[in-house]
Ligand binder design. Structure first.
Ligand SMILES: [Fe+2]
Length: 318
């Protein structure tokens, strides 16, 4: 693949305290340099015979390619982060920052502290939207290879010395303050809006049990912690359960093949949560059977192992 140059997004002459000279040098030498080297390296990799290249060479080439590609992408985002007045955060962005960080002021304090932490070394500070959880996260990338998988960056601060030394010398704090007062918030808002339209990663879908409601392990833990009455049934198959060493503390084990023998013990006035080993068929089938019999039953998504994976309390199998 050949990567094309992206024109400067911000208008350098409008920036407050960051000169066109600094932006021009940064754009031409560091962004341009990254994309030129990326294309040269990509061509070099394309010309290789993958079966004949040594593991150390392929590792080095691919690591350098990743670093140059991310440097290209982050520089584009950096230039697209500048050009505004930095102060008036639009309501949709302010709401998103508040939901994820508590308040805009808290986000600003964290973001600035991360940038200051890079003042004696190099790296990026990146704010991203994470479709998996529908919120914002920010992180330090000490080199361009560090990123959050699946996150969509919407704001980036370049803390490499080349981004500010020409004008600010070693005064990284003054540069960070200049960046913050030049953030183009409407552009950040537009990118956030685009990112929020990206669906989360596809989750496990059990079409045959689409009409059986599920409960997440975190929701069950919350119910139990709040003292809400709930009947929890461990319905792992007998052959599996007899080898099990532990089980959910709040659960009782019942044989899923003998539902008719124990269904009479349950109350129809209290919700039932039933689970199997991984949350596939048996937990769902048992919940469906109980629902047909008039119980308010749900299955626990992810089953026994999802409960253990969230650190839910267990006891010895009884
Ligand atoms: Fe840079």
């Amino acid at each position: 693949m050949t990567y094309c140059i992206t024109p400067l997004y911000c208008r350098p002459w409008t920036l407050n305290g960051i000169s066109p000279r600094l932006i021009e040098s940064h754009y031409e030498n560091h962004y341009g340099g990254a994309i030129r080297r990326l294309n040269a390296l990509t061509a070099e990799i394309d010309a290789l015979d993958p079966s004949a290249v040594s593991p150390s060479v392929i590792q080095r080439l691919k690591r350098d390619e990743l670093s140059l590609l991310n440097s290209t992408l982050l520089h584009e985002l950096y230039f697209a982060s500048l050009g505004g007045d930095g102060r008036s955060v639009p309501a949709p962005v302010a709401d998103a920052l508040e939901r994820s960080f508590g308040s805009v002021a808290r986000w600003r304090a964290e973001f600035t502290a991360m940038a200051q932490a890079l003042s004696s070394e190099s790296g990026w500070v990146v704010l991203s939207h994470l479709p998996r959880d529908g919120g914002l996260t920010h992180h330090i990338a000490r080199d361009s290879t560090e990123s959050v998988a699946g996150a969509i960056p919407i704001l980036a601060l370049d803390m490499y010395e080349h981004a500010y030394q020409l004008e600010f010398g070693a005064n990284a704090d003054a540069y960070i303050a200049a960046f913050m007062r030049n953030i183009d918030w409407p552009a950040v808002q537009a990118r956030l809006q685009d990112a929020m339209n990206v669906p989360p990663p596809r989750r496990l879908e059990q079409k045959e049990f689409a009409d059986v409601p599920a409960l997440a392990p975190e929701e069950l833990r919350e119910l139990l912690d709040s003292g809400s009455p709930v009947q929890v049934i461990d319905a792992r198959p007998r052959h599996y359960a007899t080898r099990a060493s532990d089980m959910m503390r709040a659960a009782v084990w019942r044989d899923p093949e003998r539902v008719e023998e124990w269904i009479g013990e349950l109350s129809k006035d209290t919700p039932v949560v039933v689970f199997c080993v991984y949350g596939f068929h048996i937990g769902c089938q048992t919940a469906a059977t109980l629902r047909k019999a008039g119980f308010d039953a749900r299955y626990l998504s992810g089953g026994h192992y999802a409960w253990k994976a969230i650190g839910g309390p267990t006891k010895l199998f009884e």
